[in-house]
Write a protein that binds this ligand. Structure first.
Ligand SMILES: N[C@@H](CCC(=O)N[C@@H](CS)C(=O)NCC(=O)O)C(=O)O
Length: 226
């Protein structure tokens, strides 16, 4: 099985951590978004949407991180806590997985790319983080209750995205920080750091990146957020 990933991307990091943590055998196919490799002919055969993450399992190709996570969970029968059979716990996880696309994920990316439009990006991000704390985490250890799940995995990689732009989103947020510590411990520090290594060194690489590389990526990103 092949996973096409660029670890700058939040949805790629959740798929990478999930597959690694569950010892799912896969070939890491590095695809550099900043080099425009998503537009290559070969990748078009894997994912016509031309986004990562993408999966190829024999003749079967799949896009969309949440679909990939659920496919892997079902195919490899990962431990129940990731995506519990319990109706209500599963519903809470589905609720977060449905909500995150247009909130924590989008607002975290905005902070990462639009440092020049900080005020409005920061306002959106603060609103999403407040909801993450008040609606999803509440006073529970994890989003679905007592146990770590797919919802926490998807949430932590999203919350980390603005950290890649130098913003300490945990400062002044003790509830979010305590949740982060529990989630990091559940993933394991080594794997967590491995998945976030390129993101946390990203500011430097993005600043140093020459204009020809950014031509592939930044205009699309900016259009998305305007
Ligand atoms: N909803 C998709 C989003 C995937 C996505 O937007 N991937 C971005 C990286 S974070 C990408 O590949 N962008 C390439 C492009 O837009 O050219 C998922 O959850 O997998």
């Amino acid at each position: 099985m092949e996973l096409y990933l660029d670890l700058y991307s939040q949805p790629c990091r959740s798929v990478y951590i999930f597959a690694s943590k569950n010892n799912i055998p896969f070939e890491f196919k590095k695809l550099s978004l900043l080099e425009g490799e998503q537009y290559g002919e070969e990748f078009g055969k894997i994912n016509l949407i031309r986004k990562v993450p993408a999966l190829r399992d024999g003749d079967f190709c799949l896009a969309e991180s949440i679909a990939i996570l659920l496919y892997l969970a079902e195919k490899f029968k990962t431990p129940d806590f990731w995506y519990p059979a319990d109706l209500h716990q599963r519903a809470c996880i589905n609720e977060y997985l449905s909500w995150q696309h247009t909130t924590v994920r989008l607002h975290g990316s905005k902070m990462f790319w639009l440092r020049d439009k900080l005020d409005s990006a920061l306002e959106d991000l603060n609103g999403s983080l407040k909801l993450l704390e008040e609606k999803f985490i509440q006073d529970k250890p994890f989003i679905a209750g007592d146990n770590f799940s797919l919802a926490d995995l998807v949430a932590i990689v999203e919350v980390m995205q603005p950290v890649g732009s130098g913003l300490d989103v945990f400062e002044g947020r003790p509830k979010l920080s305590a949740w982060r510590d529990r989630v990091q411990a559940a993933i394991g520090k080594e794997l967590f750091d491995d998945a976030h290594q390129s993101l946390l060194g990203a500011q430097e690489s993005v600043t140093l990146m020459d204009a020809s590389k950014m031509q592939f990526f930044k205009p699309k990103i900016l259009k998305l957020f305007m």
